[in-house]
Design a protein around this ligand. Structure first.
Ligand code: G3H
Ligand code: 13P
Ligand code: ZN
Length: 328
């Protein structure tokens, strides 16, 4: 059944767990997420980015999500729009039937230029006004994602500031978080603590100076009733990098957010954990391996099944690690 982000995260807060929010672009991702959720009895957040809308087209996404709800009527599913860059985009997603939207006003409408506090509050407030009138939840963001190692925002073609960010822009302060929530009444708040989108987050296993879990604790202490969201939360599994590179890929050494750090965040108010890259890596690794081992196969269902199973394994591990398993 369709559930709003607010309903789901209120339950998560009450029962001290976090919900992975997986990006969806195609049938295989959607099925992997739902299969893993059914197997572990977990509630689901699926999210569609601007890139997903461009790749799959909005109507295909709409019915893909509707299909998940119909195929699995007993699983609570929140259908969320990831990184809306303008209120108009959020409005269109509500019309498509989504139960939650992210208005990312930390960046201007180009999705690249860091925005002022006033701009962020203005676009987020507008979105909250019409979304709440429709029973739809809103996630906002304060602070810009960026690497504390390099000052870079991460992925070139996705959502993220271009150029070098200052430490001030990259780290959300408890004061601005509290002010933003009281100015906008968002249902969930994405904060910047040193993570970034994509596979290249950290050049070595992250330590406390570049992955600021301590900052989550400070923000949670200040606004204990606000559901916190961690973006850029892929763990970048070393075992999948190895498989990709063993079968012809060329991905340089890189590290993600360790599961145990996310679990620590969940103990301190993180309720939604955004994951896209890990499914991409597992899918690519599984397809490379399958095709290398089965050179005469040409039925895409065969390698897409391998991809689906690899992605479902990632989802299962996350549902279990974050305490969402058994909460569906
Ligand atoms: O926001 C980042 C997500 O990983 C989505 O990326 O726009 O390439 O689909 P995308
Ligand atoms: P990753 O790139 O770490 O998977 O983050 C995804 C994300 O934050 C989507 O909004
Ligand atoms: Zn994100």
């Amino acid at each position: 059944a369709l559930i709003s982000l607010r309903q789901l995260l209120d339950h998560a807060a009450e029962h001290d767990y976090g919900v992975p929010a997986f990006n969806v672009n195609n049938l295989e991702q959607m099925r992997a997420i739902m299969q893993a959720a059914e197997a572990t009895d977990s509630p689901v957040i699926v999210q569609a980015s601007a890139g997903a809308r461009k790749y799959a087209r909005p109507q295909f996404l709409k019915y893909l999500m509707a299909a998940a709800l119909e195929q699995y009527p007993d699983i609570p599913v929140c259908i969320h729009q990831d990184h809306g860059t303008e209120p108009d985009i959020c409005q269109r997603s509500i019309q498509l039937g989504m139960s939650s939207v992210m208005m990312d006003g930390s960046l201007m409408a180009d999705g690249k230029t860091p925005a002022s506090y006033e701009y962020n509050v203005d676009v987020t407030r507008k979105t909250v006004a019409f979304a709440h009138a429709c029973g739809v939840s809103v996630e906002g963001e304060i602070g810009c994602l960026g690497s504390l190692e390099t000052g870079e925002a991460g992925e070139e073609d996705g959502i993220g500031a271009v150029g070098i960010l200052t430490m001030d822009q990259m780290l959300t302060t408890p004061e601005e978080a509290a002010r933003f929530v009281s100015d906008t009444h968002v249902d969930a708040l994405a904060i910047a603590i040193g993570t970034s989108h994509g596979a290249y987050k950290f050049s070595r296993k992250p330590t406390g100076d570049v992955l600021r879990i301590d900052r989550i604790k400070e923000i949670h202490a200040r606004i204990p009733n606000t559901h916190l969201v961690m973006h850029g939360s892929s763990s970048v599994p070393q075992e999948w990098l190895k498989i990709i590179n063993e079968y012809g890929g060329e991905i340089p050494e890189t590290y993600g957010v360790p599961l145990e750090e996310i679990v620590e965040g969940i103990k301190h108010g993180v309720r939604k954990v955004n994951i896209d890259t890990d499914l991409r890596l597992a899918s690519t690794g599984a397809v490379r391996k399958f095709l290398a081992e089965n050179p005469s196969e040409f039925d895409p269902r065969k390698f897409l099944k391998a991809s689906m199973e690899a992605m479902a394994d990632i989802c299962t591990t996350r549902y279990e690690a974050f305490g969402a398993a058994g909460m569906g």
